[in-house]
Design a protein around this ligand. Sequence first.
Ligand code: ARG
Length: 290
Amino acid sequence: MRPTFLMTDPGHFRVAYEINPWMRPGDWSADPAAHDAAARSGWQSLKRALEGAGAEVTVMPGEAGLPDLVFPANAAVVLDGRALVAHFRYPERAGETPHFHRALERLTGIAMVTDIEGVYQEGAGDCIWDANRRLFWVASGPRSSPDSVKVISDFFGQETVHMPLATKAYYHLDTCFCPLSGGEILYYPPALSEVALAALQAHTSADQRIEATDADARAFCVNAVSLGRKLIMARPGAELHDRLSARGYDVIGIDLDPYLLSGGGAFCMTLRLDLVSQPAPAARCLEAAA
Ligand code: ARG
């Protein structure tokens, strides 16, 4: 099965409020037309990069008044054809839930779409499937509740590793932590709590840990989509680019500046729909041979 992603048409995206420290509504409103044009072209480049890497992209419509609908990583946690739909912390985003629920039901092949209850949980932004280790890295912090960890492990029946976040700026796990297809983890250490760093240590070898610098993290390069040897991210500096290339990754940098102004990058503009906990035997052989 081809890798499949959900993206949201960016026509209604803008920076209209502040629910994370990166958001600059004033900067946006200083020149909305230029930001809007840049947002549309950055989104197209990201979609093309995913398709160029062999993925299929399903596009759901945007909605006036819900600018952050453009970040479907926050819509749900998806695995094995089941989606657990997010419960957003801030009222500014709460209105997105029914749109994501409907889109997951109607536009994707996902058979079972369930709303999470009783806890805050912001989708794959705070719950990242690690296909190599076959587990979920699950964050609590400014957005998702610690109790979401158990709800996720009960719902999916998979191992979860709790990753409490340490800062306001790196408010979702996907802003500071990214499992790569080869088993490495690209991460920004200051954003992770002691508990999270210890968990990372326990599940990885030293050569699998790739530390991002302050500049890499601020440029939202850790918020990357890893697809085979392709690694798609907001434009990286030369040093990060070279470090990842040296490990065999084909790094594709995209100008996503308007989204950075909202506190988002490549990963959160997508939601992977086809992840499975137990790849078919043929896929496993290919994995082993790679
Ligand atoms: N403005 C959005 C928010 O603060 C950005 C979300 C980015 N998503 C992510 N998974 N990091 O909610």
